[in-house]
Design a protein around this ligand. Structure first.
Ligand code: MN
Length: 259
């Protein structure tokens, strides 16, 4: 085994490195994104028992699951958006697996979001973070730590008013800087999608999806436990199910981080 892998196993065993689960539980109560009624909606999860040590299967337990690809903690492939539909290797089964692993840059805007649920990460705020922690390297995951995952009830997680959902996200200019200027792997958020709640009203609509996926970048939504990661120094592994031509997938996102 290479030295670095031996050291990785040693440090995990010794506890100087730890594995952090960035994934929300996935079940029938997992919230799904709501769209205006003119659009088709994505179903939440249903679980039906096939057998459970009973007449239908005396020694085994298994379930049938059904859900939209974008349910709970999930992966957005470039093919999810029209801007990424013609890119090579743009779906869950064709993205090179090397792009599921990268260093994490965690940008903590929890304070800003507690004052303003519609907070958007501006390029200026991104530059402030880089002045303190260094330039975001190519091939990094940029994780927006907002504290939103602490909203454990569906109503406050969606945070809908008469004019739609209110939750934080990225200023359109920031998505462009991250995709083109920093060449990130993708962005991850604690909210239900990688665009702000009000992003359907932005010009263009859903600018983070449009920009990121148009540049072949990945999205990770409904993450949690970002407070357990340092601003830099952790590695995140986010590998979707290998759904043929899949636009996204629920997945287990884990980080390896100094303890
Ligand atoms: Mn999605």
């Amino acid at each position: 085994m290479s030295g670095v892998l031996t050291q990785l196993v040693d440090e995990l065993n010794r506890g100087t490195l730890k594995v952090v689960d960035l994934t929300q539980p996935l079940g029938p109560s997992t919230p799904v994104i709501g769209l205006p009624p003119i659009f088709a909606s994505s179903p939440g999860m249903t679980i039906d028992v096939i057998s459970k040590y009973d007449d239908k299967g005396p020694a085994w337990y298994w379930n049938t699951i059904r859900m939209g690809e974008h349910t709970g903690t999930h992966f957005d492939a470039p093919i999810h958006w029209i801007t990424g539909k013609d890119l090579p290797n743009n779906a869950c089964d064709t993205i090179p697996v090397s792009r599921f692993v990268g260093p994490a840059c965690v940008i903590d805007v929890t304070g800003d979001v507690s004052r303003d649920p519609d907070f958007l990460l501006t390029p200026e705020r991104l530059e402030e973070w880089e002045a303190e922690h260094g330039r975001i390297p190519g091939g990094a995951w940029v994780l927006l730590r907002t504290g939103w995952s602490r909203r454990s009830d569906v109503a406050s997680f969606i945070n809908a008013r008469e004019d739609g959902p209110h939750s934080p996200g990225f200023d359109a200019r920031t998505s462009k800087v991250l995709a083109e200027g920093r060449d990130v792997l993708g962005v991850g958020v604690e909210t239900i999608g990688t665009d702000a709640g009000q992003a359907g009203t932005f010009d263009p609509p859903f600018p983070n999806h449009a920009t990121m996926h148009g540049a072949g970048k990945i999205g990770l939504a409904s993450l949690c436990n970002l407070h357990q990661l340092p601003p830099t120094g952790a590695i995140v592994i986010a590998a979707p199910l290998k759904i043929v031509n899949g636009s996204g997938s629920p997945l287990r996102v884990i980080a390896i981080t100094p303890a």
